[in-house]
Design a protein around this ligand. Structure first.
Ligand SMILES: [Zn+2]
Length: 180
């Protein structure tokens, strides 16, 4: 009987932890959560019973990761969930493919063009013979007016994860979340 209750409590606390952690925003793009970006991978109990929060960093060396760990700690403390630890898992590596559809829409509304296409080991490209062709020009739609008449101003935008673009039609500069 006691074990059953303990198990129920455990599952309830995991569920509660998911709930509070889903609300933790990305420090750089506060309109999307770490869950939506695919950074938050798992919430579980370790062998010692301590709550484990599993995260996968986005771009290597992204300075936001320590901020994310801090935000996680704060959310867990605020919910009174007790001790926890943050486990950083590097494999499989994070890719922009993990960004949810909802989050892509939120990015667009926030003024950041979401990454286009898949960047992982897509099967579509593996069958093609290797040819020396000019780097395919990416067509990035303006997140404000939707125009594809855009130009890249800089390889790096506000952070290394983003490139700076400008819309030729509405003249607005915007960040493009680079596929990774
Ligand atoms: Zn525009």
């Amino acid at each position: 009987m006691e074990t059953t209750n303990a198990m129920e409590t455990t599952n309830a606390s995991i569920e509660r932890a998911w709930h509070v952690l889903e609300a933790v925003p990305d420090p750089e793009i506060p309109v999307v959560s770490i869950r939506e970006l695919g950074i938050l991978r798992d919430v579980r109990h370790g062998d010692d019973g301590v709550l484990e929060v599993v995260i996968t960093p986005t771009y290597s060396g992204c300075p936001a990761m320590s901020q994310i760990a801090e935000d996680i700690a704060q959310a867990i403390a605020h919910a009174g969930l007790g001790a926890h630890r943050v486990e950083t898992v590097l494999a499989p590596a994070w890719t922009t493919d993990w960004i949810s559809e909802d989050a892509r829409e939120k990015l667009r509304r926030y003024g950041i063009a979401p990454p286009t296409g898949a960047c992982g080991s897509g099967t579509a490209t593996t069958t093609k013979p290797i040819r020396f062709v000019p780097y395919k020009k990416e067509i990035i739609a303006c997140p404000r007016c939707g125009s594809t008449h855009t130009e890249r101003l800089a390889q790096f935008g506000s952070t290394a994860c983003k490139a700076l673009y400008r819309c030729v039609d509405c003249r607005e500069p915007f960040d493009y979340f680079k596929p990774y």
